[in-house]
Design a protein around this ligand. Structure first.
Ligand SMILES: [Zn+2]
Length: 286
């Protein structure tokens, strides 16, 4: 007899009423469970250990900008598959898939807004869209934002969360690093301030170019900041070296070595940006 065959007819399977999905989130640092609503009301920071979770770009903008002041620009610039690239899936399909998940057309959102009444140009990576990677559309969006800052004499803030240049766009992605750096030179020539905010993770081509070129570079606590991540390095070094690398690439260590100027908790980020803008803006006349 089949063990799974029902002997009596009419038996209904009871549907268990479990907890709603996504009610709790496990902290990657202290491994404690935190209620999602507590996290959301605490700026995405673990109430137990202070670990800064990655939050959606809209939530981050809400935390640093005055209410309802953000106006997106260059939203018509979208990621496209210019090279007809295909790995496990077609790159064009990947763009569509991540677009559905995040509601974005590229991994960077740029626009203008206000911090304590002061107008600023602001750009932010969304890690949920192909690891926040930088492709042609993202580079073009940031470049247009910098143009807008120069035209309207606005300070620039870039919030970085990125695995680097987007591999699927090859040299088209790599050239964005040089393009943005050239645009930042134009911004500096116009004597406009640039504040870079490095959040977890800021790695590879983005950390090796504009993320660390701010007049002031601010990191979030414990953010991974480095060039090569452990997935790549881990294949060529031992566990001891890998652990040393993990420690060396954290915001506090990077601060010790002078690559960033400040480590600021997310809850204090707006206040710190506002203060820096008032200091830098006075010099720049903005
Ligand atoms: Zn925690």
């Amino acid at each position: 007899m089949n063990w799974f065959e029902r002997l009596k007819s009419g038996i209904q399977t009871v549907v268990r009423r479990g907890m709603p999905e996504n009610l709790y989130v496990k902290c990657a640092r202290c491994h404690q469970m935190a209620l999602r609503k507590h996290l959301e009301s605490n700026a995405g920071i673990c109430p137990n250990c202070g670990h800064h979770f990655r939050v959606h770009y809209k939530q981050f903008l809400d935390l640093i900008l005055d209410t309802d002041t953000f106006e997106e620009v260059a939203s018509n610039v979208r990621s496209t598959d210019a090279l007809g690239f295909e790995d496990r899936i077609k790159y064009g399909d990947r763009i569509k898939e991540y677009g559905k998940r995040t509601g974005m057309q590229a991994a960077v959102c740029v626009g203008v807004g206000r911090i304590d009444g002061r107008a600023v140009g602001v750009g932010i990576h969304e890690f949920g869209f192909i690891g926040g990677s930088l492709g042609a559309a993202e580079g073009e969006r940031i470049s247009r934002l910098i143009d807008r800052c120069i035209t309207d004499r606005l300070p620039l803030i870039l919030i970085c969360r990125s695995g680097g240049a987007r591999m699927q766009e090859s040299a088209l992605a790599l050239m964005q690093l040089a393009k943005i750096n050239a645009k930042l030179t134009q911004l500096a020539d116009a004597r406009l301030p640039f504040i870079s905010v490095l959040t977890d993770p800021t790695t590879a081509g983005v950390s090796a170019s504009y993320a660390l070129l701010g007049d002031v570079n601010i990191a979030e606590p414990n953010a991974l900041i480095g060039f090569t991540g452990e997935r790549i390095t881990g294949s060529s070094v031992g566990e001891e070296e890998l652990e040393a690398l993990r420690q060396a690439q954290r915001a506090e260590k990077v601060l010790e070595h002078g690559f960033v100027d400040l480590v600021v908790p997310r809850t204090e980020m707006k206040q710190k940006l506002s203060h820096l803008l008032s200091l830098l803006g006075e010099t720049a006349g903005v």
